[in-house]
Write a protein that binds this ligand. Sequence first.
Ligand code: ADP
Ligand code: C5P
Ligand code: MG
Length: 219
Amino acid sequence: MFGRLLGNVSHRVPSCLNQVLLTMKPQVVFVLGGPGAGKGTQCSKIVESYNYTHLSAGDLLRAERAREGSESGQLIDNFIKEGKIVPVEITINLLRKAIDETMQKDEKKFRFLIDGFPRNEDNLQGWTRVMDDKADVKFVLFFDCGNEVCINRCLERGKSSGRTDDNRESLEKRIQTYLQSTRPIIELYEKHGKVRTIDASRCVDEVFADVKAILDKEG
Ligand code: ADP
Ligand code: C5P
Ligand code: MG
């Protein structure tokens, strides 16, 4: 849709308007960190104060798992319980649809926090293939938090979350996936100077103060 929009009009509008249209390209901040690092919590707070739409890849996958008639429900269920990363064909379609629908409803909503993505090489390749020319990735917000703190937060969350993966067995697998598959992606972005690291082991408000400082400067 973005390509079509620009493709149709860009050759016959004055350059200043052209510029405005170009800035409507989705502006994306990837939000990464271990399970329980506080990504969702901080994204909710960002949305309260900044003009961002929060898209959690995990939430989108859980919704797809629950959707009647979904062909991917069983696969998603198995991957989530095992702490494994769902093949990107599924996830990227959900993300693209959510971005499209948000911008179709309100064209001013072009800033997105994409939480829990890209989590591995396959995720990154899928993004590059499908979204590279359609969206700009501004930077990665990395919530850095020790594994033990992450596990304990998820176990606490598990008392009420109803999530099938907030138990010790799944969490150990999720931490392994995070260390083996997600950390290298963060390091890759780091090499390009695109990572903003926040010490996420502190209390919610202290973490958010750092988030605000980053977004006020470059968000
Ligand atoms: P993630 O999305 O990274 O998995 P969440 O935002 O869902 O993490 O947080 C995991 C759990 O930890 C939730 O129960 C949340 O209320 C709690 N939590 C989040 N941030 C903090 C924090 N800074 N200190 C203590 N608990 C937190
Ligand atoms: O981010 P969240 O904790 O909600 O993710 C829960 C699970 O959803 C992950 O452990 C993984 O199984 C799945 N997921 C995925 N690909 C993503 C994000 C989440 O497969 N990009
Ligand atoms: Mg989350």
